[in-house]
Design a protein. Structure first.
Length: 273
């Protein structure tokens, strides 16, 4: 009995082994098919990468397309305050286009954008260096750009508290473009420079000049509001109230919410004291 059973068991094992062989062949075919699919996907991925790399660096011969795309990318990064990324993009573009007359207009735009990005990133020393060069370049070819660049340069000097150079720049704007909107911005810049120096008397002098020069306009309302802020900083609350009341009464259409708010709050603060 035992011998017959052992014999049957052995036969069953042999049969099972024989049955498993076709499964191994199927598995091998499946593995081969899977490898082919993976290989195909890998080749497609490599080709896509190569295509994108060529398109990115050459635009397939269309450099204008590359420049436009890179500038848009830099501007988008600036919107999200990724200034370092924007700066790198502009710098790389300038290296690629160095001294290429064909793209002279694009180079100008890139340099202007880079200067502005330095300023927005509060890299004022780099911004001053670039704006100074741009000022000289635009001085004789474009008055509006020249004036705007001077104002940007003056603002950079103000931001690093170099009030002496800031005032020189703004005075240059006033002299070169009297009775213009650029001059109005320059007057504000000078007042701001004196305020930064805590030379409040001269700051107020320029705010008063703006009020007189640009009577009943937005600039007057803004100048008076800034004058009120100076009085507050000096603890002259009653004088500040009179200024804010003047703003609210005389400029009802363009009054800043700040003046209205301070006019409500300051009397309460005085009463509490």
């Amino acid at each position: 009995m035992n011998k017959k059973r052992i014999k049957k068991d052995n036969e069953s094992i042999i049969q099972n082994e024989n049955k498993s062989e076709p499964m191994s062949e199927i598995e091998q075919k499946e593995n081969t098919g899977s490898k082919k699919i993976i290989f195909f996907i890998l080749i497609v991925a490599i080709l896509i990468f190569i295509y994108k790399a060529i398109d990115y660096y050459t635009g397939w011969g269309n450099m204008d397309k590359v420049i436009k795309r890179e500038i848009e990318s830099a501007e988008k990064n600036s919107i999200y305050k990724r200034y370092d990324t924007s700066i790198k993009i502009y710098q790389n573009l300038l290296k690629r286009l160095a001294n290429n007359e064909k793209f002279s207009e694009q180079i100008k735009q890139i340099r202007l954008n880079l200067a502005k990005t330095y300023k927005d990133a509060e890299k004022y020393i780099e911004a001053i260096d670039m704006y100074s060069k741009l000022v000289e370049e635009y001085k004789t070819i474009n008055n509006d750009m020249y004036a705007w660049l001077l104002l940007e340069l003056g603002d950079c000097y103000n931001n690093i508290l170099n009030t002496t150079d800031a005032i020189k720049i703004y005075e240059n704007v006033i002299k070169s473009f009297p009775d213009s909107d650029w001059a109005a911005e320059a007057y504000f810049g000078i007042a701001e420079a004196y305020k930064n120096k805590k030379d409040y008397n001269n700051a107020i002098k320029y705010y008063d000049l703006i009020v007189k020069k640009y009577d009943k306009g937005f600039l007057s309302a803004e100048a008076l509001t800034n004058k009120g802020k100076i009085f507050e900083s000096e603890g002259k609350y009653k004088e500040a109230i009179l200024i804010y009341k003047k703003v609210v009464d005389e400029f009802p259409e363009i009054v800043s919410e700040y003046a209205r708010m301070r006019l409500q709050i300051l009397p309460q603060q005085i009463n509490q004291k």
